[in-house]
Design a protein around this ligand. Structure first.
Ligand SMILES: *Cc1c(COP(=O)(O)O)cnc(C)c1O
Length: 385
């Protein structure tokens, strides 16, 4: 049998013979009840008890001191980067292998993304390679890290926890310290994932989450900013609520800010979803075990397992095709789709997208190789493995 036929039978042995999507949300809890409460009380918009409850739950769950909920994960990143000090004309180090939101949030600040390579242990930024690169390509000027080629200040480093697998935060936090960079974690995909016992998104200055429809829990659209710093949390709240000075009737705003707060009706959905997060995580882990059994018998491809010392949420199950079989990726994507199994390649690398063609980048050979060999396979929490 061909590699693609082997892959199809392995997936079928786990998910059964029906059509199966890549990832769909599951609403088996209090979703209807909480949303009805919003409608009955008329609190559907950006004020309401579900917003407060959702933020409290999120902070408790992740161990962050503060959680500020916003309209989506991109907005969360935008605000986190602004508060991390990213300014017009700066550069921000982000993986080339990420969803476009990471790069766009940098652009919204008037800064340029500076693309860095990933590694094979966790599919996140490679700290060894990054340190070597920064050592030769940057210099210290008045405490700031300056790109010798562009003369621009590199202000921040944004690791992303790919498909829920934690990046090497120890190595990256050390780089942030040594090169004076703010570390902001794009934890959009990693709610429920832990790096050496600590929840992703809580180790840097900020962490950001996404609750889009395809993420591990959803609020329809939504996101959150996590931080342990009370002053930064206060600023994040202020900047996402049009910088309105709290007052019973007066509308006074003390800077140009954003209307980014999460509406109560979305937070209601989020509260119901968070109550089920543990069961989603259990079914995703069970699905990983089942796929792992099925794929261990197949040559040419492996199922990505959580990095050592980490606990992943297994948000999207990931196959990595061995290099000699790389050219078969298109056939695999096509044959799986033809038989009703939704699969997906990794994102086109950011440095290959039209708006980002001219941005600074280090050698991206591993990200390039990985992006050509990744295939995500059906991962919904309602697949009973
Ligand atoms: C989903 C996601 C985001 C944020 O997306 P939104 O759709 O704006 O909530 C950011 N970064 C990564 C890596 C993501 O996967």
């Amino acid at each position: 049998m061909s590699l693609s036929q082997n892959i199809i039978s392995a997936i079928r042995s786990v998910v059964g013979s029906n059509r199966v999507v890549l990832h769909e949300p599951s609403f088996q809890g209090n979703e209807w009840l909480y949303i009805k409460e919003c409608l009955d009380t008329t609190f559907v918009s950006s004020v309401g008890q579900f917003v407060d409850r959702f933020e409290t739950y999120l902070a408790e769950y992740t161990g962050a001191a503060y959680a500020v909920s916003v309209v989506n994960g991109t907005a969360a990143l935008h605000i986190a980067l602004l508060l991390a000090g990213v300014q017009q004309g700066d550069e921000v180090l982000i993986p080339a292998l990420t969803f476009v939101a990471t790069a766009n949030a940098v652009s919204y600040c008037g800064a340029s993304p500076h693309f860095v390579d990933s590694n094979e242990h966790d599919m996140g930024i490679d700290p060894v390679k990054l340190r070597q690169y920064l050592a030769v390509s940057t210099e210290r000027c008045g405490g700031k890290c300056v790109n010798k080629t562009t003369g621009k200040v590199i202000r921040a480093l944004v690791p992303m926890h790919t498909f829920g697998h934690p990046a090497d935060l120890d190595g990256l936090l050390k780089i942030a310290r040594d090169f004076n960079l703010a570390l902001v974690e794009d934890a959009a995909e990693s709610l429920g994932s832990y790096y050496h016992g600590r929840h992703t998104g809580t180790l840097g200055l900020f962490g950001t989450l996404s609750f889009n429809g395809n993420k591990i829990i959803t609020t329809g659209g939504g996101g959150a900013i996590l931080t342990n710093d009370p002053e930064l949390a206060r600023k994040a709240r202020h900047l996402t609520t049009t910088a309105k000075i709290s007052h019973a009737w007066e509308y006074r705003h003390d800077e140009i800010a954003y209307n980014y707060r999460m509406p109560n009706i979305n937070a209601a959905l989020g509260c119901a979803q968070l109550e089920q997060l543990t069961s989603f995580l259990d079914s995703k882990r069970a699905l990983f075990e089942a796929y792992n059994d099925a794929f261990s018998k197949i040559d040419g491809v492996r199922l990505f397992a959580e990095p050592t010392g980490c606990r992943s949420n297994y948000w999207l199950q990931t196959l990595i095709i061995d290099e000699p079989y790389e050219s078969q990726r298109e056939v695999i994507l096509k044959t799986t789709h033809d038989t009703g199994i939704m699969t997906r390649p990794a994102w086109v690398l950011m440095n290959e997208l039209v708006p980002y063609l001219n941005c600074p980048a280090m050698d991206l050979s591993f990200a390039k190789s990985l992006s050509a060999r990744v295939i995500n396979i059906p991962s919904s929490p309602n697949i009973k493995a």
